[in-house]
Design a protein around this ligand. Structure first.
Ligand code: GLA
Length: 385
């Protein structure tokens, strides 16, 4: 569905013309998994799949949103924002409105039609895309108002994360919102999740990031995610550090035997993964895709064996990809427990890799995967129509 289709839907639903379009992208994380909530380093890129909202402001305090994905409509009043039932898509929009108002912004009501092409529940951050797209829609709806919604990209991401943590009730880190906000075409984004300092790093030429969607819904993701977070906090406490970010590989290896085995393995993943991100950024700067790919492979092995957040389906997708000539590296991406894997592959071998996955994955897993190339894309934006 393109913007013209959404404009037509808007006119059919609301009987007037929309005045703005707001959008935000999904993401893949190239490397740096489960490091963001340990104050560590990540290297995601925004992808060419968006959540898009076409809308027009209202002169009252009502927000009416129609979702084309769910064929469903929601309505709330800005003066009294209540949470919809658990799992409702509108909670992301409600949460963003609530958090923006608590932060002191005066919002304007709007009518909107929303459409997401980021697959839902497959680890490509459709929720962060929805939050950032809603935030952009409020910015567009308020144009000409007395208090313009003037926020820089990192502040906007923090507010969207707060909406997810405090309103939706998911205890995620900052990575997904930051990349949905600050991504740039042709670039990956190296982020220090403690200071929120970031640096755009050009993606190398001649290679493609291929997404393999395992078609397996993430299971137990929320409870296992919170459990991993708690284990990391326990490890940092035992190592007398504010966060695992502050523990060097050398200190960890010296003190590893002081930790219970399970906690030590969790900490090992995070501490070595932080170092892999730094090495991967150096490799990107040197245009060394071979080293970059090796680090991706190491990251996957660590997520599988030490952090234990992979799945049989993800491992199958990664192993199939890693054996194809021209693939530099492959790994799961996002929180894990299902969802998507990514591979970094020479452009000329995209067809061969796609064929290998489409043929071998169903034999091993008994499901049809979805495979598509993605392109590093721009973060959230809005424009008047
Ligand atoms: C999810 C969370 C992120 C991050 C990743 C794991 O995507 O939303 O904050 O923790 O998992 O790297």
């Amino acid at each position: 569905m393109n913007v013209a289709d959404l404009v037509a839907q808007f006119m059919q639903t609301f009987g007037r013309r929309p005045t703005f379009v707001a959008r935000a992208p999904g993401r893949v994380n190239l490397i740096g998994e489960h490091t963001d909530y340990n104050d560590g380093f990540v290297l995601p890129m925004a992808i060419d799949r968006d959540v898009t909202i076409v809308g027009a402001s209202r002169d009252d305090r009502v927000v009416r949103l129609r979702s084309t994905n769910f064929g469903d409509e929601t309505c709330f009043v800005l003066d009294r924002i209540e949470k919809a039932h658990d799992g409702a898509w509108s909670n992301y929009a409600r949460g963003v409105a609530d958090v923006l108002q608590r932060a002191g912004f005066a919002l304007c009501g709007f009518d909107g039609v929303i459409y997401g092409e980021v697959p839902i529940g497959s680890g490509l951050s459709s929720s962060a895309a929805m939050e950032m797209a809603t935030l952009m829609a409020f910015a567009a709806a308020g144009v000409g108002g007395s208090v313009p919604l003037a926020l820089d990209g990192a502040q906007a991401a923090r507010l969207a994360q707060r909406a997810e943590n405090e309103f939706v009730g998911v205890n995620c880190g900052i990575m997904d919102q930051l990349i949905a906000s600050l991504g740039k075409a042709g670039h990956a984004l190296f982020i220090d999740c403690r200071s929120l300092a970031y640096e755009l790093t050009p993606m190398p030429k001649g290679v493609t990031v291929l997404v393999v969607d395992t078609s397996m819904p993430r299971s137990l993701a929320a409870s296992a995610y919170n459990e991993r977070r708690a284990q990391c906090e326990a490890a940092a406490r035992l190592l007398d550090a504010p966060a695992l970010r502050d523990v060097s590989v050398e200190t960890f290896e010296r003190r590893r035997s002081e930790l219970p085995d399970l906690i030590a393995r969790r900490a090992a993943h995070v501490i070595y993964e932080n170092r892999r991100v730094l090495d991967a950024v150096a490799a990107l700067r040197a245009n060394d895709v071979a080293t970059f790919g090796r680090l991706m492979n190491q990251s996957h092995a660590s997520l599988r064996d030490a952090y234990e957040v992979s799945s049989e389906a993800l491992d199958a997708a990664v192993e199939i990809a890693q054996r194809v000539p021209g693939v530099h590296g492959a790994r799961m991406t996002g929180a894990g427990f299902g969802g998507c894997a990514i591979a970094l592959v020479d452009d000329a071998q995209v067809g061969a890799l796609t064929q290998a996955v489409l043929r071998q994955y169903p034999q091993r897993v008994g499901r049809e995967p979805k495979v598509y190339a993605c392109v590093a894309s721009n973060g959230a934006s809005w424009r008047m129509l």
